[in-house]
Design a protein around this ligand. Sequence first.
Ligand code: UD2
Ligand code: MN
Length: 647
Amino acid sequence: SYRFVNTDQKNELKNNDRSIATLEGKNLLLDNANINEKFSGNMWKYQKSKSDYYSKMKLKEKYAKHLGLKMTAQPDNALDNQFGLIRNAEDVRIRDSGYSVHAFNTLISQRIGNHRGLPDTRNKLCRIQKYSEKLPKTSVIICFFNEHYQTLMRSVHSILDRTDMKYLKEIILVDDYSDLDGLHDAVQKSVNELNNRMRKEEEMIETNNIDVESVVDYINDDNVVDKKTTERNKDILSIRLLKTSKREGLIRARLYGAENSVGEVLVFLDSHIEVNIDWLPPMLARLAEGVDKETRFSHRAVTPVIDVINADTFEYTASPLVRGGFNWGLHFKWDNLPKGTLKTDEDFVKPIKSPTMAGGLFAIYREYFNYIGKYDEGMNVWGGENLEISFRIWMCGGSLELIPCSRVGHVFRKRRPYGTGDKEDFMLHNSMRMARVWMDDYVNKVIEHNPSAANLDLGDLTSRHDLRKNLSCKSFKWYLENIYPELETGENEVVKKRIADLNDVEKNKFQPWHSRKRNYTDSYQIRLKNTSLCIQSEKDVKTKGGGLVLGSCIRILNQMWFETSRFELVLGRTLCLDASNNVAPKLSKCHELGGSQEWKHKGSGGSPIYNTAAGMCLGVDRASRGEPLIMVICDNQPTNQWDFIRT
Ligand code: UD2
Ligand code: MN
């Protein structure tokens, strides 16, 4: 008998694995031929006995079902992503109410479920890195306020699926006093089930009596209470759900989680993430380097590369290697790496120094976190803590690094759904607490930039000033000269411009982004099947926000569509067809983020034109001139079938 756990392991399947992979009586043949490097979530590890090392193989999906493990494979090719497909009014309701509560597409997240495969976004060299078996054990801390249940659970499952348990001590979920109906209870229930299951598995391995059937029953039975194993083996990973006694905000919620943790290393994560293959060892290995014999910690914090999970489509895409910076508005931003950082292949694997961190995802020795002053307890709700801890670490003798081989996907949202209060207020309050303690005279630059920051009531800062003194930290001038000279020299123009562009289109969005060259080749008219009516802009091709209508097909500029490799439909080489309001398409500035500007179709023979974010198709009410284009449910009505005609 074997134990199966969905995971990623870097070891290759060996030839003789095939023969032992047939489960008695179950006919579970694990087919060698089905190994697929790309879909890490399709990988299952099996363990014959406690001492056996895990190997990697793909369990055919039907066998996975047979085991009672539900999984949804995410197609590699975004072409086929129809998770968002709208079938009826109820789907529309789920999608739209999800957006208003969570600011992302919960319909899609719901449908993806607990598990999915992710593309391996690392540099190829990362696959052959070896890490010590003896690395510190980790407490993963995830704080959440009103998180979407399925999205939170997939975050947890992604950790269980893709982390070698020998590095994991516990997963601590901190509910920051959420007030979404039923959320806390639902999470508690799932946590109990997961803990039960893990204990059961552990027990079976202990007694070398592994019975797949009973694991399946166990997983499927919601009410099972395991009496035999109520006394918990301390070494077994546990998932714990804590709750703050009032809304604390993410900063104090993290402190609460950290205080209740026992792992040697803390890893903080957001509640809408998916960790990728082998994400943890590279960070732990770097932290473990240069550990002080006496204190038993290193003076470092490390971050993974934050890949992008598109908020509208949940597509997972690789982020380029960029590092953290900031501006005098005290907003975090992504910068290009200094020229020459990535010269050799190895440079794509080595740690990269970063002036700041984005804030959500990082690893640090617990005792170093305490030593260096944790977080500022006077910071509320959201914002500012990331620059504070970044400056503090650098100025007080530590370092902050990006680990290229560690990748974690994060849902980047356009807005943060935290109550009706002005979010900027929290951010400004927190940032100014930071600036007054850490930025010396440079605080004047900040105020110059934002005069309203001058006279804020910031509360008591004594303990933070004391901290800086006690740790004998260096000056902010030192930090600027040695860690972030680019702030003054402006050497990171490219990304800065790019982010500025984005802010123009979508306020508040910050994500690592590199511009891809647009390649315009053939142009097309898009004709309603069996008619001589084509899609054209209502106004001229350069009018942002302009709608689309049907017009008689003639070869004019405002019927001339280009298709890009990102599946954008660009009119007259300027504006992108955009479905962001879910009701009617319009022409918008191209944002290069897929989603609302990503259109899938078969090309010829008459096919629907599907928008991945809206989950709906291009259509009209009637086939007549001047008729406006609208988003409709995708079906085979003649009013939503289109031909692409090369012009
Ligand atoms: C980024 C960070 C985030 C945090 C923030 C600045 C990343 C990927 N994310 O913004 O971690 O550092 O910058 O503060 O680097 N939460 C609570 N209580 C609250 C508000 C939020 O527990 O009152 C949770 C929330 O559910 C989430 C986490 O804190 O899990 C971060 O919040 P966010 O996702 O809205 O922040 P984000 O990613 O926009
Ligand atoms: Mn987040």
